[in-house]
Design a protein around this ligand. Sequence first.
Ligand code: SAH
Ligand code: SF4
Length: 411
Amino acid sequence: MTLSFDLTTEGARDALRARATPAEKPSLIGLTRAELGAALVASGIVPERQAKMRAQQLWHWMYVRGVSDFASMFNISKDLRAELDKHFTVARPEIVEEQISSDGTRKWLFRFPPRGAGRPVEIETVYIPEEGRGTLCISSQVGCTLTCSFCHTGTQKLVRNLTSEEILAQLLTARDRLGDFPDRDTPDGAIVPAEGRKVSNVVMMGMGEPLYNFDAVKKALLIASDGDGLSLSKRRITLSTSGVVPEISRTGEEIGVMLAISLHATNDDLRDLLVPINKKYPLKELIAACRAYPGLSNARRITFEYVMLKDVNDSIEDAKGLIRLLKGIPAKINLIPFNPWPGTNYQCSDWETIEKFADYINNAGYASPIRTPRGRDILAACGQLKSESERMRKVDRLALEAMMIAGHGEA
Ligand code: SAH
Ligand code: SF4
């Protein structure tokens, strides 16, 4: 069957445009309290003198109760709820896919509107339940501008930054799906920590370089850690960076979350090849920024991520170099077995080599957990996605998922 549109009139063209890009109501998720109050006043539905009170009320519904429509906000009058619904939304993004591994690892494929990207964008969020905690691995960008040579995301161009709303939406939707808001049930059979919150930790270790999207990431993480809202402890939020040095102190001062550094090499020659941002911000500057990280102490250590690449960075000499480099910095070292992808020249170090490396580091007094792969069965199945929109190729997706799960931090 052929579908045709009469595009000879302006009206028909407008109608088609409206169908292609339905007018989006602005979301109230991801605004600061002040912005929220200002948006309500600007819409003309809340008088200036009520702005603060209304913003507080909405904040509670959105972030403590986790509601995703205005209709459930019972202490707000019906008329105002209807007005809010006319102007704004607090809805969740489209979940294109949810997959659950036999070990309880879950991943969601979310779709967000184009917002300048030309087409809707899709990103993935992964939940990793463990004894005593549940970690959510969140993305900050669609694609990445950097080109780390062992990372498949690095071969994809940046499509766009995620907004603060989209960063928070990953957390809110994951908590919805896990029944992690008051008066919600956890789905039968879900693997979650036995006690406490289902999402107890957040790691900014998904797609993208969070410090190249500083403002949106900052806003989202300040909302995620707000004590009258989502209330995640800043000690349970870890931001991972490839080493955007100028933003590292700002991360400590303005956001105050735990820091992870994608180190991967202990000399500039090798790090230039593996993590090319090193040419701009070499190790000396990176390590100085780490030493000066606000709030650093033995109780608040920096996590150094180190991907194990066969015959590249996995010798005992490298382990010695690592210890020398990190001397005096309260640090944890997170060894990540390399996840190979088609076309890569790298291989994962042998298990024996990884264990020797880990032993050396342990003996030098550092905790150095090796990340065990999780959710393998759903990784294998994740290529079964419909194809019409701007999706990553299956190999890109597999590499990204494994990376998100592998590098999920120790915080
Ligand atoms: N872009 C940020 C956040 C990503 S965090 C950063 O680079 O820090 C995910 C971690 O997985 C990073 O340490 C990244 O270097 C690492 N990683 C990337 N590709 C990988 C691969 N193929 N195998 C294992 N780890 C990988
Ligand atoms: Fe980007 Fe991080 Fe991958 Fe480097 S490791 S290309 S910074 S996502």
